[in-house]
Each structure stands twice: as structure tokens, then as C-alpha cells.
Design a binder for this molecule. Sequence first.
Ligand code: DC
Length: 223
Amino acid sequence: MDRKLVIAIDGPAGAGKSTTAKELALDLNYRYIDTGAMYRAITLLALENDISMEDEDGLTRLAEEAEISFTPLTRDGNTVYLNKRDVTDAIRTSLVNNNVSFVAKVAGVRHALVSKQREMAQNGGVIMDGRDIGTVVLPEADLKIFLTASLKTRTQRRLDELQDKGEVVEYDTIKDNLETRDSIDSCRDVAPLKKANDAIGIDTTGMTIKEVVTRIIQLMQGV
Ligand code: DC
């Protein structure tokens, strides 16, 4: 395919968005933009600076002033920089997991991050994942995918991910966190987690990442 597309991938936590998006980006030599990492970075900054999760103005100011960037993706992953500091691991802790939905509910935070995300996508050749990419951030994306998976599958994927990082967490704790986050993300007033009308849904329960990637490449060929 000659033309470099803009691809939006949305869905709940643990549906396989980031693993799929990274594989696709590496296969196609596209840039990968993880918008969840941006909400996580602001959450980390708020926790470090004792800004309350209810202080909407304080959180908005952090988001407006923060400089967030990603290094190009390689097979070893990529690095997330927040104000020139490597926060790749620091944004993946349970503490950040438990607070990020509160930060992502704030309209001012979303406004600031959405404009950074649009800037990052403007040259095409981009795969962006999140919750509102197809509905709000990139409504003109060439292809919109909405990934889902059963709660059991999503919980097991998150458990494996945290265990790989050496965190000791109970299955039920992760399941509760995912359910709570899904409900906050889906019920919030601003840009709730929702499938865009023109998005293509893929249920990844029981599918391997390779199968999901192959399916999306097939869909790209039809664009
Ligand atoms: O994809 P993730 O688990 O890293 O996302 C972290 C949180 O950020 C998640 O609870 C929802 C929120 N988020 C969002 O509201 N909008 C996005 N575009 C991406 C993530």
C-alpha cells in the first residue's frame, strides 16, 4: 500500500489494543501513539505533586504544561518521556492504574491532550490507540477499529502483564479495577468509551495477536 493511512484503535482496557497496535506499527513501519500513556503521565505528575484527583483546574494546568513524547517504536518497545524524564515504567504501576480514570474524566485535561494527539497524527502513517480516537480525536481516520474481549480474558492479560513486571497482584483485584475503570470510562460526560458508528468491531477473545493483526491488515487493503 502506497498511501500511509491514519488508523484509530479504541476499546476497553485489556482488549489487546496496544499489543496489536505495536505489532501493526512495526509490520507497516507506521508510528504508534499510545494515548493512554498520555493520561497516565498526567496522573503520575498529579500524584507526585499532591494535586488532588478532584482538582480539575490543577489537573488541567498540568496537562496544558506537560511535554509528552514517544521515541520511535522498536521490537524492544519505546520510551515515554514526560518533561524530558523517562516515565515508561512509572506510568504502569497499580497506583497509576487506580487513579487514571479520574484524571481522564476532566474536560480540560482531555482538551489539552486531544490537541497534542491531533498534532502527532497530522502527517499520516499513524496508529493511535485509546478510547475516543475514532469518535473525537481523529473522526476522519481512514480505518477505525473497536477491539473488545471478555472480562475474563482482559483480566488474565493484565495479570500476565503486571506479573511480567514483577508486581504481585490478585486476579480479583485486577478484575475489579478493570470493571471500575470501564464503568468510569464509559459513563463519563466527556468523550466516553464508545464505538464510532463507522468503526469495525473485533472481539479478540480466543484470538492471537497475529490473527488480530492479519485481520486489520486485510481491512486496510479494503480502504
Ligand atoms: O489504555 P490505558 O489503560 O493505558 O488507558 C489509561 C486510562 O486512560 C483509561 O482508564 C482510560 C483513559 N484513556 C482515555 O480516557 N482516553 C484515551 N484516548 C486513552 C485512555
